[in-house]
Unconditional design. Structure first.
Lengths: 434, 375
């Protein structure tokens, strides 16, 4: 990167907002912890009061939050693969399944094992990572679209294998009666004093799962942010932009891509272990392509490459799916929404009887297409991703009508960022593309 | 091994088509023979022989019951050819689109599914058929009508999808059209789900299943022969179109180098639309024969068939029309083989393993030429 002359004097007036942002850029992990504590408190308090209590009880809300956390984890993991490294992984649910079955084998009457939950989180993630490497090592040499179809096939056959090997996996019924995690309570040594005593995990007190999930999401988020800002994260960005150029600059593209793939699988495996311990049953039909597709839609909606954006996107999409789509019929019915007839074509419409839940994948499909056409950077875009998506559009819009890229770049707002961080737009500006 | 290899390739006495035909014929005969022996072993096992004994019989018995397995394996082969031709028809759409704009059109399998539904609407809805039609002229009328009704409709649907969602993304980053294609696939699937509901919907099998050619204990259904011949006619017409006509030449030129073709005056948008039209029409034909052969349609039909058809296209070398057809037949044989030894639930696994192995060891496909950038 050639040196670009920057004004050395800081801008004289700095708003508190700017200062907060600068501070959070410097202390990212602390910021995440503080933010997650605020989120946790909000999520703890909100369901206790109207209007949320009208929809469902507080316990059901915590349960939904914990389930949403599974998808937040999945989306953050897939974001590493798609958003950071630019690899399209369509078989993401396979690693979810592998994590879940790992926990099922280690903690169920089926295998007569009862291993502790928290170490198993790591083990399940590790097993998923191993499978990620096994799938990725031969296939990541292929070009992007072949990788997509390979992962699609992998995602398709993993449930088939779990289904067909019924002497080891109980087939369609799946492995049931998985043990729940041991209580969180932590006894202070040499005393009887217990801290963090939330009682046992059970179906009727989903609050524990909610707390554990918040912990997992926080840790994962901190790790992913640190990775994103590290050398590896910059290598992923470089590969996503131009694999050839990245390789020419000394990045081992296969290893780096494999790392992204394995990390995505790891996160997915974590989510799988948690999900298995929460549902207490795993069966092949929990891991069909629709799961991979849902997570993909979450990542695209949230904004590829932006970790918190993806997390928020996943949470919102899941809550829409679970709360709004499921309850819309009940709500419409209870407020007595009238059925009406559209005159002319004589179409009788009764919204209270429309099965909105069946429409969810249709909605995801429409959302995916519209997002790609209108706002490919997602609802909460990362700055870098937005620039590159729009520059690529304007740089070569049709044959023979090439816009001067330097003009486009000059118009693009200069990103305010720490000068030591890897800044791609500077590369473009100073290099010979103009 | 000589120290100085001659640069000139040895001249081949036959053209590519002749060589492929011979290879395919040899493969079919070989497959018949292998399947014959497998069936003998299977029969011996069912009759209670021990495993080593069954294998000995597999290599030594050619009499009596074992002899009757030969016609049966011919019957299986015809079945495999008819399934394979359905996959081949779908695979052509994948391979042509990939050849021209290097996009894996994930929605293509669902285009096929919509074609199958449209054919059901034509035969069952418009003409009210729900069983076999013995009256030959009427049967021909119905079949031709279904094809003529479905093919342009689905072709135009495919063109419309291209125009609305793929064309605006033609110069976007690679990931964008791929993700869009997945979105389109889900839209088609779920529109079908909302309209037709989940689960199997019966499709009118107007072609009489009772028409069988019987010989030596085997019965070969005329339907399978019809499906195979229809697909061969369609594929040969496609081949003729691509190699003989001006538009076909434009397609080939675009596939080779889009910019250069545009500079030579080829209308890019028209050519790409034409490719989608042809791909959609072939998928629609596959949809029509699917209904005739299997007697059901379902909204998620396109997903699995699409994956298998894509594997066929990769197997034959993506972008290569002849290769896609041969790949389709190979997949048909594999599927039929796995069901004839009673393991049809593993057929998807097998197909996926083949896809993996081909992509790892010979990404240019079995019949394709290495084109550097293609894989």
């Amino acid at each position: 990167m050639t040196a670009v002359a920057r004004p050395t004097t800081p801008p004289p007036v700095r708003s508190s907002r700017t200062r907060l942002r600068d501070w959070s850029d410097l202390h990212r992990s602390t910021t995440i912890i503080v933010a997650m504590v605020i989120v946790a408190i909000t999520m703890y308090i909100l369901p206790l009061f109207p209007p949320l209590t009208f929809i469902q009880g507080a316990g059901t809300w915590y349960d939904a939050f914990a389930n949403a956390g599974v998808f937040v984890l999945l989306a953050m993991g897939l974001n590493v693969v798609i958003g950071m490294a630019g690899l399209l992984d369509l078989g993401y649910a396979a690693f979810f399944a592998i994590g879940a079955y790992t926990y099922a084998y280690s903690n169920s009457p089926y295998s007569h094992l009862d291993l502790p939950f928290f170490p198993m989180l790591v083990v399940g993630a590790f097993v998923a990572a191993v499978f990620g490497i096994l799938l990725g090592a031969p296939t990541l040499r292929l070009r992007g679209d072949y990788l997509a179809i390979m992962t699609l096939g992998f995602g398709e056959i993993v449930p088939i294998v779990f289904l067909n090997l019924d002497q080891y996996t109980e087939g369609t019924n799946g492995i049931g009666g998985i043990y729940r995690p041991e209580p969180l309570a932590f006894t202070i040594p040499f005393t009887d004093f217990k801290v963090f005593d939330l009682g046992p995990f059970s179906a009727i007190s989903p609050f524990n799962y909610f707390v554990v999930m918040l912990g997992i999401v926080t840790v994962t988020m901190i790790l992913l942010y640190r990775l994103q800002d590290s050398r590896i994260g910059r290598a992923w960005n470089a590969i996503r932009e131009d694999e050839l150029a990245a390789a020419a600059n000394g990045i081992n593209t296969v290893t780096t891509k494999l790392l992204a793939f394995a990390l995505g699988a790891t996160t997915s495996g974590l989510a799988g272990v948690f999900n298995a311990s929460k549902l207490t049953i795993v069966s092949p039909d929990q891991f069909l392509f629709t799961v991979s597709f849902t997570v993909l839609a979450m990542v695209i909606l949230g904004g590829m490459g932006n970790i918190w954006g993806v997390a928020v996107g996943a949470f919102v999409v899941y809550m829409i799916q679970v709360v709004i789509l499921k309850n819309i019929n009940t709500v419409l019915e209870s407020i007595g929404f009238p059925a009406f007839t559209i005159p002319g074509i004589d179409l009788h419409v009764d919204l209270a009887k429309v099965p909105f839940v069946e429409f969810q994948f249709l909605l995801y499909g429409v959302a995916l297409v519209l997002m790609m056409l209108l706002r490919p950077e997602g609802l909460f875009p990362s700055q870098r991703r937005r620039q590159e998506l729009h520059i690529a559009e304007e740089y070569d819009d049709g044959l023979g009508e090439t816009t001067d890229i330097s003009a486009v770049l000059a118009e693009a707002p200069a990103p305010e960022r720490d000068p030591s961080s890897f800044d791609l737009s500077d590369d473009l500006k100073s290099d010979d593309l103009g | 091994m000589t120290a100085h290899a001659s640069p000139a390739q040895p001249s081949r006495p036959y053209g590519r088509a002749v060589r492929y035909t011979f290879a395919a014929a040899a493969a079919i005969v070989g497959y018949c023979l292998i399947l014959w022996r497998v069936l003998v072993i299977g029969g011996a096992l069912t009759a209670g022989s021990t495993i080593p004994d069954a294998f000995v019989q597999g290599f030594t018995r050619f009499d009596g019951v074992a002899g009757a397995f030969l016609p049966q394996s011919i019957q299986q082969t015809v079945n495999a050819l008819s399934i394979g031709s359905i996959y081949a028809l779908i695979a052509l759409g994948y391979t042509m689109v990939y050849g021209i704009i290097e996009l894996i059109n994930f929605a293509h399998g669902d285009i096929f599914m919509v074609g199958a539904f449209t054919s059901v609407i034509f035969l069952g809805g418009i003409f009210g058929q729900n069983g076999s039609v013995e009256n030959i002229p009427f049967l021909i009328f119905l079949l031709a009508g279904a094809l003529i009704f479905t093919m342009p409709l689905i072709g135009l649907l495919n063109v419309a999808i291209e125009r609305l969602v793929y064309r605006p993304l033609r110069n976007a980053p690679r990931l964008a059209p791929l993700i869009t294609a997945i979105g389109v696939s889900f839209i088609l699937q779920n529109v079908a789900l909302v309209i037709a509901g989940s689960g199997d919907r019966s499709a009118p099998q107007i072609f009489p299943l009772g028409w069988q050619l019987k010989f030596g204990g085997a019965s070969i259904s005329v339907l399978s022969i019809f499906i195979f011949s229809l697909s061969m006619v369609l594929m040969l017409s496609l081949q003729a179109f691509v190699t003989r006509t001006r538009l076909g030449r434009a397609m080939r030129a675009t596939a080779q180098d889009r910019e250069a073709a545009a500079l030579m005056g080829v209308d890019m948008n028209q050519t790409i639309a034409l490719t989608f039209l042809l791909g959609g029409m072939l998928a629609a034909a596959a949809g029509v024969v699917w209904g005739l052969r299997f007697g059901y349609v379902r909204q998620d039909l396109g997903f699995n068939s699409g994956l298998k058809a894509f594997t066929s296209a990769v197997l034959g070398g993506i972008g290569n029309i002849t290769g896609a057809v041969l790949g389709g037949f190979v997949i048909g044989f594999i599927e039929n083989f796995s069901s004839s030894i009673g393991q049809s639930r593993w057929s998807e696994f097998l197909v996926f393993m083949i896809l993996t192995l081909v992509l790892i060891f010979k990404p240019s496909g079995l019949f394709g030429q290495a084109t550097g950038d293609r894989a």
